[in-house]
Design a protein around this ligand. Sequence first.
Ligand SMILES: [Zn+2]
Ligand SMILES: [Zn+2]
Length: 272
Amino acid sequence: MSLAELRPWIAFGLLALLLLWETAKPFFANPGGRGRLVHGARNLLLGLGNGLVIALVFAGLWMAAAQASEAHGFGLLHRIAWHPVAETILVLLLLDCWTYWWHRLNHRVPLFWRFHRVHHSDPHMDVTTANRFHLGEIVFSSLLRLPLIYLLGASMVQLALYETLLFAVVQFHHANVSIGRRGDRVLSWFIVTPHLHKVHHSHWQPETDSNYASLLPLWDRLFGTFRFPERPASLRLGLDEFSAPETQTLPGLLGTPFASGKRGAGPRDERE
Ligand SMILES: [Zn+2]
Ligand SMILES: [Zn+2]
């Protein structure tokens, strides 16, 4: 069975495991009962829609970019002749470095932030939030992947490997769980942990604008945006400008990029 065939099973298994963990030992109090069910269903529906568009539209385009790069002998990996393992490590690092800078751009460029704030407006972050992205953000990031794949000369196997690692770590660090302060601090040298990413979802902007990494926290340490929370339990999550119940419905989430909610409106610039 190839990695591509295994991926849906890995995704489903991991999601089920993390949902069970969150239910058994949640870090923040759950909305509970029907509220939790509706919240999770909305986030997963967004993720499912995005997954379909990627599978039906972008996967084919990414493959075409990889094939064109190989045919032209243009991409970086077609010009160097390293050991396949070294080449794969290099491509994983470069892809993850791009993911870090793309995420920073999403916070910096007003147009991109309009779409990205759908991910941040969740006041009850849990594993389902890992899948809560506006289709617009997925379209932007998927299109920008095309020149990147061409320039790197990455193969579809390397891309699938990166996507699988990324998916697993992203689901884990959004989950409403804790591995303890000590455990989190040790693991945060290797992968982005639940405590690290909770800071990124803080309602307070200086905290939101930190810990941008998705797989390797190395980039935040390297580029000066790393922030380890002293008291993660005291963090308040979400966006003040999108806290009204109507902004959390499916039409509200889809309309978020087109709403006027100004960043920093309300008490968001002050630590409470
Ligand atoms: Zn973000
Ligand atoms: Zn997130």
